[in-house]
Design a protein. Sequence first.
Lengths: 222, 110
Amino acid sequence: MTTVLAVVRPRDSDIDALCARLHALRDDQLALIVSSRAEVHLPGVVAAPGLGVGAITWECVTDRSVRGLLGHPAVFAALHGKAEVETAVTLLPIATGYAETAAPVVKRTLLLKVRPDAPPSERERFQADLAAMPTHIPTIRSWRLSRVAGSGADRERWTHAWEQEYATLDGLTGEYMINPFHWTTVDAWFDAEVPDHIVEPELAHLFTMRDAPWSRAELAIS
Amino acid sequence: MTMEAGTPEIGILDRVTLPRSEADPWIERLQHQYRPSAEARGLTLAGMWQTRADESDAVEVVVLWTLPGPREFFGMRATSHTDAVTAWWRETDALALSRERRVMRRTDGP
């Protein structure tokens, strides 16, 4: 099984109907979709036009890569003429962590691109710093750090997805942001004024409410 | 400078090693080009020092900036990708023998 992560925008502004159609894909016997989470972006997300407010994050566990999923007749029927897939990637998880958390939670996704000329040793240090954040920042509950594979225009757009769940939005907008490990250590990889930064300026900082947190099993199969 | 209760002051330390002949002109340009835009982004220049470098014909310029706290830091960071800032460091890196920037948490504050 793999997880496909997509940002989808409804054409007719009926975002609830789009979420319902994507949720319903779980019931399609032929699509082989294990879980389908479609969650509306909350105010405050920061992303390029099309990816932010008014769009949703669709997280789909399936036996297909992103091309196979979007080309499946059931998925095509749910989206065609009704929504735009603004970006979509297949997750290739590097590390995960599970923490039992009461519902609902806030799910945050950061999509980013590491510069192609970044040395492998620097990529590994960057990944290690991201994966260390839950150790330093107690409001991070379950989390997943992945390399990503896109197709078409998304092949070059992103290299990593950094996902976390929080018990409250304040856990993200408060402790996550003000914790010194974030701004003394992790942010240096993103800061264009730091000579050895490796992350490109374009980011998609997305967060949603989530009715049911990740289960341990869900993270394990991703 | 406002200090949020319980949040530390942030220091940003730039260490730039330059050919000795280039140091004074670079400092002059920093004062007139980079500093105004940095201050507009919320940074305060706490001090600037010059010291020896490993090479005899080079000097190290040490520049310390401060910010009241992490929210001001990320406010500053939100505008750190502008063309002017990018151009400043590109021109500096073309000149500098080495450079580093460290973001630091104050440990002797309230």
